[in-house]
Design a protein around this ligand. Structure first.
Ligand code: HAM
Length: 421
């Protein structure tokens, strides 16, 4: 057997049934909110992520799957979707026709992190982005959409954390003050944070090391540095969330791990998954489109960690496997042939039907029907076939009726629709 690469995994039934359910709910909801699907490549030029996510982020510094393509160009497996969607928005000049665009995409991302529960090297994201809207109501709309999805999927015990990271006007003063503070407490920081103090100071707020988190508690707060525009923007987002009854916590330690954020940043966190507590994260990134060579265009978005979301929903212990409506227990060669024809016709009209193609005893066929959870069984032997009648058995009530075989598919559909009323 050839083992899997570390940190990647297969998603198969019943988990894949739950994944299908989540995907369908998300797509239906996003479409209702006016989002359209966008499909972006799995690989991009390395430069896109370096510039978009930031050279000094953990993702770019140590987590990307980067390789030299055969022509010598550097390519990278996408670690996230936002930079690619922004690239697509720019390269197709979508802004020229209608700058306001709302996209979603669902698919695999790749980051070479240390694998553990909830953290994989190939993981999946459900991503949504809005381009061309600077209003705080766009931020609020995204958060509402995210929370609505969590409610529909019955995800319990989550907390929405929200912060403002300021903008190009107010962030530099905060960064300076924050850096100076870190220099003063440098001896109390772990080695990693001592390096971060120079390269990516705000990431020290994320450090799980107790000494680091204790000492950075007294760090200057971004909220004290926000310019009037950022303050007002943040206040409007918070007010819109209150007005729509969405609970949230202002968390001024929330910094996010990608460099492109401006103004609003948010995360949905849970205690249910151990160390990997972020189910979703996002925020505004008003500078990214320009940074990637496009016009000055505001944007905001989020990504849900599909794997983590599925792991939390799985705790509810609900089965998403659709049981067969019909199992045809066919005895003997001739009946198997008939069963095959009925099954094909029923499947084609959307009635989940199973049968068994090899000759088996009735006992073993009924065992199989039970094992796959068939709701009804049609029993047909050579004698019944001759009489043009079969038995229709409701596996729940155990009631049996006779079913005419003059037009079996029509008759089966009729019985099922009578049962449904
Ligand atoms: P992110 O916070 O890096 O943001 O990732 C979003 C979510 O993806 C995380 O909250 C987490 O649930 C999931 N995730 C990240 N890494 C892993 C992993 N190794 N294994 C399993 N799940 C993981 C972004 O990616 C931004 N592009 C979000 C965004 C969209 N911001 C604006 N628009």
């Amino acid at each position: 057997m050839i083992p899997l690469i570390k940190g990647v995994r297969d998603i198969f039934p019943p988990d894949s049934e739950l994944w299908g359910h989540i995907k369908k709910e998300a797509e239906n909801l996003f479409r209702d909110f006016g989002f359209s699907e966008i499909l972006i490549p799995i690989m991009e030029k390395t430069e896109l992520f370096k510039r978009g996510i930031g050279e000094q982020t953990d993702i770019v510094e140590k987590e990307m799957y980067t390789f030299a393509d055969r022509n010598g160009e550097s390519a990278t497996l996408r670690p996230e979707a936002t930079a690619s969607i922004a690239r697509s928005y720019i390269s197709h000049k979508m802004y020229a026709d209608d700058p306001i665009r709302k996209f979603y995409t669902i698919g695999p991302m790749f980051r070479r992190e240390r694998p553990q529960k909830g953290r994989y090297r190939q993981f999946y994201q459900i991503d949504a982005e809005i381009f061309g809207q600077s209003s705080p109501y766009a931020d609020a709309q995204l958060i509402i959409m995210l929370k609505t999805l969590m409610d529909r999927l019955k995800v319990k015990d989550t907390t929405l954390h929200i912060n403002s990271l300021g903008c190009v006007k107010c962030r530099p003063a905060f960064n300076d003050s924050f850096k100076n503070f870190l220099i003063k407490i440098s001896d109390n920081l772990c080695r990693n944070c001592q390096t971060r103090a120079n390269t990516n100071p705000l990431r020290t707020l994320d450090c799980k090391n107790k000494s680091c988190s204790d000492f950075t508690k007294k760090a200057p707060k971004i909220s004290d540095f926000l310019c009037e525009e950022c303050k007002e923007h943040f206040a409007t987002v918070c007010e819109a969330l209150k007005d729509t009854n969405i609970d949230f916590q202002i968390n001024n330690r929330l910094v996010r791990g990608l460099d492109y954020y401006t103004k609003t940043a948010f995360e949905i966190q849970t205690d249910a998954l151990g160390a990997q507590n972020a189910i979703a994260g996002g925020g505004r990134y008003d500078g990214l489109v320009k940074l990637l060579g496009g016009p000055d265009m505001p944007a905001v978005g989020f990504a849900i960690g599909f794997d983590r979301l599925a792991e939390i929903i799985a705790l509810n212990n609900v089965s998403y496997t659709q049981k067969p409506e019909i199992f045809i227990a066919a005895l003997g060669k001739q009946c198997i042939k008939e069963a095959f024809l009925w099954m094909s016709a029923l499947n084609a009209v959307g009635i989940k039907t199973e049968t068994e193609f090899s000759e088996k005893s009735l006992k073993s066929l009924m065992r199989r029907a039970g094992k796959i959870g068939a709701l009804n069984v049609i029993i047909i032997g050579e004698r019944e076939l001759e009489k043009k009648e079969a038995l229709f058995r409701d596996m729940n009530t155990k009631k049996q009726i006779e079913i005419k075989l003059d037009n079996p598919v029509k008759n089966i559909i009729e019985i099922l629709s009578k049962k449904a009323v």
